[in-house]
Write a new protein. Sequence first.
Length: 343
Amino acid sequence: MNRKIYIHRKAVQTKMKILVVFTGGTIGSTFDSGIIYPDNRKERLLLEMYNSQNDSDAEFISAEPYYTLSENSTGETLSNLIAFICGEINKNFDGIIVTCGTDTLQYSAAALSYTLGLNCKPVVLVSSNYVLTDRRANGLENFSRAVDFIRGNHGTGVFVSYKNSDGKSYIHRASRIMAHHEYSDDIFSVKNLYYGSFSSDSFIKNPDYSERQDEIEPFGKITLQKHSSGIAVIQPYVGIDFHGLNQERAVLIKTYHSGTLCTEDESFAAFADRLRDCKIPCFICGAETSEIYESEECYGRYGFKIIPRSSFISQYIKLWLAQEKGLDFCKIFNKSLGGDLMP
């Protein structure tokens, strides 16, 4: 008689493995005698603080490709970050956490978004508004929620974990975060459409969030020059004189919040004519294509390209990366990568 034999095996619980990449910033700094300065001893402090408050199922592997205050970032710094993450992304980790400074968080987030795209294991950037020993600091909370996000398999691609002054911890799609407001530590996504948030220990996906799948290939490992000398970046202000601008391979313009800039001034007409005559592409970020103001009517006449709703900083990085890769930005400015363009 044949009998079924059941073999009972005790389940072996394996620890989640997370690579923690330390790059400096306030989260990795010390405050002493009125000065905040990078201090890589804070790497151990962050992990010790986390482990003291959590019965963690995570194994953290630390790395430090470079260490600096984020305001000192350049194309070389971004290149180091890109190269390091590209070298680690396919290794045996459940996810990667990158600690960095808030001043240029948006630039690092965009660079990794375009490098990796949407279909990689989760990479979460975390920072802190104050040094970790300051009771006002949100750095530990940002790190903890990044761990929770990776543990829960809540998404692929690149994200930012950040607790705002409203006391709520948000997860943002990294390619959509905007520049900080002056004197504010809070971080917001374009149109305030963040990816999700945490309520107690539960992650809640934002029901209003949506994104387009990658419509072009991620840029992959790419090396930037120290300075983005091929791009003229323009931000409007009252009294702007377009006469003094030096046009290069491409121009990226950030508009006022309503999508406008001063197009009535004669210096603008001369500037736009030069761009058109020299076949220098000009891209507008912040404008809509419907219900426009009178001042925006000339955009099409001069051949300016209006980028779909997105973060200005992300589009600057996307343009820079495209130039270094030899891609025609005119052909990809309206194609989503890393979730950057809103549907």
